[in-house]
Design a protein around this ligand. Structure first.
Ligand code: TYC
Length: 104
């Protein structure tokens, strides 16, 4: 962003940054639990995270075995929206499925 200051009747341009900073990225992880069905987790990965059926199944099994797994990497607002969508769809279907967000 440029800033303009008046000095001796002249406008002096002060360059504060040469280039725009790229947005921070956030990892969204799905968390394992004992109650959500494997089918529902796979459905979430396909519908909310746009994974193929094969990849969705692989991620779901990874979460089931290891406790958590990467669903995707997004800018902050998109990551927050995905987390809320998982929460809403899980609640509507009576599952306790949760996800978490971590800044990269
Ligand atoms: N552990 C669950 C089961 O045995 C399946 C599951 C996988 C749940 C991934 C949540 O994020 C999850 N039914």
């Amino acid at each position: 962003m440029d800033k303009y200051e008046l000095n001796n009747d002249e406008a002096i341009e002060i360059k504060e940054r040469q280039t725009a900073r790229p947005p921070s990225l956030y990892k969204v992880f799905l968390l394992n639990d004992d109650y959500t069905t494997m089918d529902f987790v796979t459905h979430i990965l396909e519908e909310i995270f746009h994974k193929s059926p094969v990849e969705a199944t692989q991620i779901m099994l990874h979460v089931h075995k290891n406790g958590k797994g990467l669903a995707g990497i997004f800018t902050r607002e998109i990551a927050e929206t995905r987390v809320v969508s998982v929460d809403e769809l899980s609640n509507q279907n009576g599952f306790p499925l949760k996800c978490s967000m971590e800044k990269e």
